[in-house]
Design a protein around this ligand. Structure first.
Ligand code: CMC
Length: 434
């Protein structure tokens, strides 16, 4: 990866009478950064930034978020345009290669992905080792991690050809692995991929077809899920992507890195939030109970938070939430669901929260997860599959970010420092004297 940072000034820091200078760099969009790589050497200090709220961990050409304006760009292209006009494979190509493909490039990329959709027969044995009621994310962490034990010919990260094959394998096999996790949980036979179908329709078929019947995917539903996948594909240096990069910085193979990303995504503050948001809407149940939950969300002594609200980066309406809200209406319409009580609660909750001083002052707006739960439920997915669908889509971003990191000549093993506040240096006390 070629650096595109431009130097735009210097920042001086004076500490204990000594002044040190640090370069300030500018990217394409977004705040400037001060380069503190020499900070410790120059000052003897470490910076302290738990949760990385002020820290840029890498240079990246892939995704840009303007949280104040509510803008999300993949390789410079606005997310709403992509969700409206493009499709999964085309956006995956864009994220990986930096440009939208020509029709030949798209055809070749699509072919490369479809040629890898099947999984090794022995991989199936992993599933029977899990309890039927295992959370599918637990299965995903295990099975995706296990890919490195099956595809030895694409684990050499120093070989660019192997990296490309690993990338194609990851994107191609994820729907198959995810659908198998679902089928296993409901006791139905696994459905093999069909390379005649597009990426998302094939996934829908692997989830919802049974050998006893012909399966036809409703194009409105496939299109809505394709949009949902596009919305989830990348989101710059979020927790799971940073986890993938950190795992990869030690030279770990890509399958192991993606498994680490899946583990990080699982948490309710990250990918698990759509499941949590739907559970919350179900718990609220009716519009008249909304004030009670709004009051709880505002109560400092109550740990309850409005799930699907607020974001570390967006301090404005999450642009993905707008597309998701539209997709939600389309899916409910196509399914003939009128007056869905959950949608009613969600829309009223959003309206009340957006007018409430607490939420306005803290800049808490609906995020992507607010409407995605209702939409995915209407598509027929059980709640514990929601994060799996997120993982499937985010795999494209993870692998694009992983590749970028490997190709970055400044890349080093990630090794944060700390401020130690534990016991001071003291001698060992033998057990008889304790
Ligand atoms: N409901 C009520 N209050 C909230 C909420 C919420 N959903 N989110 C933040 N706050 C309050 C919080 O209590 C704090 O108040 P105070 O300043 O008085 O202590 C203030 O807003 C700032 O919150 P924070 O936790 O310091 O902010 P953060 O940037 O660390 O957290 C967040 C971001 C997404 C973890 C948080 O907003 C949250 O927990 N939201 C609910 C979970 C959720 O929807 N997560 C999905 C995120 S989008 C999916 C993705 O991109 O992965």
């Amino acid at each position: 990866m070629e650096s595109k940072l431009t130097k735009s000034g210097m920042m001086s820091v004076t500490y204990e009478g000594r002044t040190s200078e640090f370069p300030v760099f500018e990217g394409t969009h977004g705040p400037r950064v001060v380069d503190i790589r020499a900070f410790h050497k120059e000052t003897g200090l470490f910076t302290f930034d738990p949760g990385f709220t002020s820290t840029g961990s890498c240079e990246s050409h892939i995704t840009f978020i303007d949280g104040d304006e509510g803008i999300l760009l993949y390789r410079g292209v606005p997310i709403d345009d992509l969700a409206e006009k493009s499709n999964f494979i085309e956006v995956a190509y864009l994220l990986l290669h930096g440009e939208l493909p020509t029709s030949t490039e798209l055809h070749d990329f699509n072919h490369a992905i479809t040629m890898h959709t099947m999984v090794h027969e022995q991989l199936k044995n992993f599933y029977s080792g899990f309890r039927r009621d295992a959370h599918p994310m637990a299965i995903m962490v295990g099975v995706v991690g296990a890919l490195s034990a099956f595809y030895h010919d694409s684990t050499d990260i120093n070989d660019p050809k192997q990296r490309v094959i690993a990338t194609h394998r990851m994107i191609a096999k994820m729907p198959t692995i995810a659908a198998m996790a679902y089928k296993y949980s409901i006791g139905q036979p696994f459905v093999f991929p069909s390379n005649e179908l597009d990426y998302t329709s094939n996934f829908m078929r692997m989830c919802f077809a049974v050998p006893a019947e012909e399966f036809k995917c409703n194009p409105v539903l496939c299109d809505a899920l394709d949009k949902i996948f596009i919305l989830h594909m990348d989101h710059e240096q979020n927790a799971s992507t940073s986890t993938v990069r950190l795992a990869g910085s030690s030279g770990a193979n890509p399958f192991a890195c993606i498994a680490a990303g899946i583990a990080s995504l699982w948490g309710p503050a990250h990918g698990g939030a759509n499941e949590a948001a739907l559970n919350m809407l179900e718990e609220i149940g009716t519009v008249d109970r909304i004030p009670e939950y709004i009051a709880r969300a505002k109560d400092k002594d109550d740990p309850f938070r409005l799930m699907g609200f607020g974001h570390r980066v967006y301090k404005n309406y999450d642009p993905r939430a707008k597309v998701m809200q539209k997709a939600c209406h389309e899916v409910l319409g196509a399914m003939g669901i009128k007056n869905d009580p959950l949608l009613e609660v969600a829309m009223e909750l959003e309206k009340i929260a957006l007018e409430d001083e607490y939420f306005i002052e803290k800049k808490l707006y609906p995020n992507i997860d607010f409407y995605s739960g209702i939409t995915l439920k209407a598509l027929g997915f059980p709640t514990d599959m929601f994060t799996v669908l997120f993982a499937l889509a985010r795999t494209v971003g993870w692998i694009a970010q992983w590749s970028e990191m490997i190709e970055d000549p400044t890349q080093k093993i990630g090794r944060p420092r700390q401020v130690y506040t534990g016991a001071a240096n003291r001698p060992y006390v033998p057990i008889v004297q304790r």
